[in-house]
Design a protein around this ligand. Structure first.
Ligand code: SAM
Length: 282
């Protein structure tokens, strides 16, 4: 017996779904699984409501006509932005050690390539402060993401009490100010270390310049297929310093790029040969 389709506010055909999949793949490299039909419906139905549309066909026509503002909102709706402070905390121990080992090298530059709502670059900034025992360490961070919405949240540097209180009281006191509404804001000194910018990892021209001592590109490659991942990894290698580190997410691996990167520790990679990157000296 066939299970009846639950009645929906908007008609969303398989063909509509396929068009959405193609649009987001071509634009952002995000390979949406065919099982994400309901998720896509739920996220985009909000856009139809906001625009007062009655069908997905009307919505797709707006996108296909090249409405850039709506395309941005469409993209923001389809990204998954899950993140947290000190997510995969072992990476920050490796970063701290790397900074301390190369302390004498001058200014460090770190790229956080899918920074979402900012918890990751602020965790990098906290780690840098701890490594140099200073609120003004010689470290600059460029934090980028495709999603303009999350970048706006990241710039505010405000996080819930629930999230911030997972850190040790000493860290909270040293790096955050408590706001009257119970939330916390990252201190200005740490915010000054970070520049936030929109950057699409599959764009042919990245408006970004190395060399970087570390690149964090965590939990975003999982949304890309292997050929897309490889193209990005080939562009990361020459932007890293010869002794630089590439941090990827817990479920990601770079076996398909083993001519470029070798495993150094748990999902931390280094260049196979320093000559693939930029010189170490400043
Ligand atoms: C799951 S979050 C990961 C956040 C953080 N790196 C972490 O590990 O906690 C994935 C992020 O990748 C971003 N993203 C997806 N496609 C992208 C692309 N083509 N270029 C840049 N960022 C992208 C999303 O907007 C989202 O904020």
């Amino acid at each position: 017996m066939l299970t009846p389709t639950p009645s929906r506010e908007f008609h969303f055909t398989e063909q509509d779904f396929e068009k959405v999949r193609k649009l987001i793949y071509d634009y952002a490299g995000i390979a949406l699984s065919p099982t994400k039909h309901d998720m896509v419906y739920g996220r985009l139905a909000r856009r139809l409501r906001a625009l007062g549309l009655t069908t997905f066909q009307q919505y797709l026509q707006i996108l296909e006509r090249g409405d850039s503002k709506e395309f941005e909102l469409f993209t923001n709706s389809l990204t998954t932005n899950l993140t947290s402070l000190f997510r995969e905390s072992h990476h920050f121990d490796v970063l701290r050690q790397h900074l301390q080992e190369h302390k004498s090298q001058g200014l460090f530059s770190i790229w956080c390539a899918a920074s979402s709502t900012g918890e990751e670059p602020y965790s990098i900034a906290i780690t840098a402060c701890e490594a140099f025992d200073s609120l003004r360490p010689p470290v600059k961070i460029i934090a980028t993401d495709l999603d303009t919405n999350v970048l706006e949240t990241a710039k505010t540097a405000i996080y819930s009490g629930e999230e911030v209180q997972k850190l040790t009281p000493a860290r909270v006191q040293r790096f955050f100010n408590k706001l009257p509404d119970g939330r916390y804001q990252v201190k200005q000194e740490l915010r000054d270390m970070i520049v936030f910018r929109r950057l699409n990892l599959i764009e042919p021209n990245w408006m970004i310049r190395g060399p970087f001592d570390s690149i964090f590109c965590r939990n975003v490659m999982i949304y890309f297929d292997k050929p897309t991942q490889l193209k990005i990894l080939q562009r990361f290698a020459p932007l890293l310093r010869g002794n630089g580190l590439l941090f990827v997410g817990h479920s990601e691996n770079l076996y398909h790029a083993n001519d470029l990167f070798k495993l150094k520790g748990k999902t931390v990679y280094e260049l196979v040969s320093p000559s693939l990157g930029m010189p170490n000296g400043r």
